[in-house]
Design a protein around this ligand. Structure first.
Ligand SMILES: *Cc1c(COP(=O)(O)O)cnc(C)c1O
Length: 362
């Protein structure tokens, strides 16, 4: 009888064997500023209400497969245009996967910008879809001529644009993104994971383009634990994608809890406003540190560069602060680190730990 190891090595697809598992470090005990979570727990006034809907939920039953009530709540809370549909995902990661599965005809290409959200490329690999990455300019803005040329050459079936971009934090120029949508022969998905922290959105532009979908998640707005994302756009697209969605991908509890929380969307947006103020303060503080270069951000995190970034990351970790080390990933992210904007207290502890680490390294 062959070992499980040799069986797995023979039977599994080569691309899967070659992948490095997405590494999520154990964060127990750390000040956790690595994953763009909202640092504020659910307000106590709301906890009782949530306990109520959870207690009343029919968890012995399968969820409403169409999640009609939650979808209606999303539509009216976010003012989605009446003629646009909504498709829910178990986080927006699941929607990226669903789009890749749906559009992956033999030879079809998924085009992403680099550096950007790593799941676009990873999911292209999972699904066996051809992937093309187009580099951003050195300042992380769109390199429009290069991008348009790549689109004309590669004719991608699917293009992902994170707006604002992760891990760089900046918001691309809207007219540039529009030119990409106009040039692309395939579907363009504008990923607005950080919509609550940004000054612009493509939802009002959905009607202008037949090949545009907007994707959002509630993860960065305080519901990362619920796993809920959605696609908004024309029903001609969404009705087809619905066929591929697993029928019960959003459970009973995420449905009722998210609906309740969206009933208090204002509270979440106020937290986002606070985070934006704290982002500005943290940006100023980082900008004042010699040897640290901090980038502009319209998201709930900041990208910064410092010499010996991996040692800086390790020094922060030893001091109890966990951020994201991007050094060694994409070549344009050499010596880059990404920190989520936490509470003012968490930010202060991060800055103190950073100063201490830099002093020790000097
Ligand atoms: C965090 C993030 C997502 C994934 O969000 P989930 O809904 O938690 O799966 C998608 N896109 C970008 C750009 C992100 O930063």
């Amino acid at each position: 009888m062959p070992s499980a190891f040799s069986l797995a090595s023979t039977l599994l697809r080569r691309e899967i064997l070659d992948l490095h598992a997405y590494h999520v470090p154990d964060s127990t005990g750390y000040i956790k500023l690595d994953a763009m979570e909202n640092p504020y727990p659910v307000p106590s006034a709301l906890r009782g209400e949530i306990a109520g809907v959870v207690a009343a939920a029919a968890i012995n039953r399968y969820p409403d497969p169409g999640a009609a009530s939650l979808k209606e709540k999303i539509r009216c809370t976010l003012d989605l245009p009446d003629d646009m549909g909504v498709l829910l995902g178990n986080g927006s990661d699941e929607l990226i996967q669903l789009l890749a599965l749906a559009l992956n005809k033999p030879g079809a290409t998924l085009l992403g910008l680099e550096p950007s959200f790593v799941m676009y490329k990873m999911i292209a690999t999972f699904t066996g879809m051809r992937y093309v990455g187009v580099p951003l300019a050195a300042d992380f803005s769109l390199d429009l001529p290069t991008t348009l040329t790549a689109i004309r050459r590669e004719k991608p079936a699917l293009v992902f644009i994170a707006y604002p971009n992760n891990p760089t934090g900046n918001l691309f120029s809207a007219p540039d993104v529009m030119q990409i949508i106009e040039t692309a022969p395939g579907l363009v998905v504008v990923d607005e994971a950080y919509y609550a922290f940004a000054a612009d959105s493509f939802i009002p532009r959905l009607a202008d383009y037949p090949n545009l979908l907007v994707m959002r998640t509630f993860s960065k707005l305080g519901m990362a634990g619920l796993r809920l994302g959605f696609l908004a756009g024309r029903t001609a697209w969404l009705e087809q994608l619905e066929k591929l969605r697993l029928p019960y991908n959003v459970g009973v509890l995420p449905q009722v809890v998210a609906e309740k929380l969206l009933g208090h969307h204002k509270i979440l947006l106020q937290q986002a406003e606070q985070i934006k103020l704290d982002r500005a303060a943290l940006h100023r503080q980082l900008g004042a540190i010699a040897g640290v270069q901090v980038y502009p951000s319209e998201a709930n995190f900041l990208l910064f560069r410092a010499a010996r970034a991996t040692e800086v990351f390790d020094g922060l970790k030893r001091r109890g602060v966990l951020i994201k080390n991007l050094n060694g990933g994409h070549p344009m992210l050499n010596n880059c680190l990404r920190v989520t904007v936490g509470t003012p207290d968490e930010c202060a502890k991060f800055v103190a730990a950073l100063l201490d680490t830099l002093n020790q390294l000097a």
